[in-house]
Design a protein around this ligand. Structure first.
Ligand code: C5P
Length: 234
């Protein structure tokens, strides 16, 4: 399976994202694009079709979590949007994750990649214990949810590049790690806490890096994207 750089297109509207993608018009390698809730809810499903028509692969980051039947039917809608990768919360249980796979699977048996969020990185161990009453160390919860996702038949998890080695060890080398929290050395960290360079993410075995502001807020986004690809893929 090929490694790739996924550009987090965290824009609020259609115009802004298309203007950004116009800059890549003459690039031989079309960036893999992550569309999150902000853009999807703001611009609607048509934005997925439009970016897809421009030749980009799409990771639709909507983090579904609901009763199995609702998730199954919603995944069938995303399947028909022809996305390449989507995700859900492992918290929704193995039954929900299995239902999601059913919904996502095309009549010919193929389907987009399905990735689980384990614990959000914004949830501290303190909050997990105090508010969610999950009385185990956070890394143990993350790895347990990853194994649940694996057991349900999912393809991988979203995690920090620093967690990629443990995930691969526990769930197998073919279990995909999709890793945000990537910054160039010397670049602005922003609100990310533990960051890794694209080159380091590669060493740690990440399968996909998700990079937002280091590319989208860069004066030269195309050069920043190329630099990510050079460090992580080539
Ligand atoms: O701009 P930046 O590179 O920080 O963007 C990272 C992207 O990855 C954002 O879309 C963010 O929502 C997403 N993400 C993250 N950390 C997680 C899960 C998703 O940064 N644990």
């Amino acid at each position: 399976m090929g490694k790739d750089v996924i550009v987090a297109c965290d824009f609020s509207g259609r115009e802004a994202v298309l203007q950004f993608l116009d800059k890549f018009e003459n690039e031989p390698r079309k960036p893999y694009v992550k569309i999150g809730m902000e853009l999807f809810y703001g611009a609607g499903p048509e934005i997925v079709r439009e970016i897809k028509r421009r030749g980009h692969r799409i990771f639709l980051d909507l983090k579904l979590c609901d009763i199995p039947n609702t998730v199954k039917k919603s995944m069938a809608v995303l399947r028909d949007l022809d996305v390449d990768m989507t995700n859900l919360h492992a918290f929704g249980t193995i039954e929900m994750m299995k239902a999601a796979i059913e919904g996502l699977t095309r009549p010919d048996g193929t389907r987009p990649l399905l990735i689980a969020v384990t614990q959000l990185t914004s949830t501290s161990e303190e909050r997990m214990r105090g508010e969610l009453l999950i009385d185990r160390p956070l890394p143990e919860v993350v790895m347990h949810y990853a194994r649940n996702a694996r057991a349900a038949g999912l393809d991988g998890v979203v995690c920090s590049p620093l967690e990629s080695p443990a995930v691969h060890e526990s769930c197998g080398a073919g279990f995909i790690t999709v890793t945000p929290g990537v910054r160039f050395s010397g670049g602005a960290v922003g609100d990310q806490v533990r960051v890794t360079t694209p080159a380091r993410a590669r060493e740690l075995g990440s399968d996909y890096i998700v990079v937002g502001r280091p590319i989208t807020a860069n004066d030269d986004p195309v050069a920043a994207y190329r630099k990510c690809v050079n460090e992580f893929v080539d």
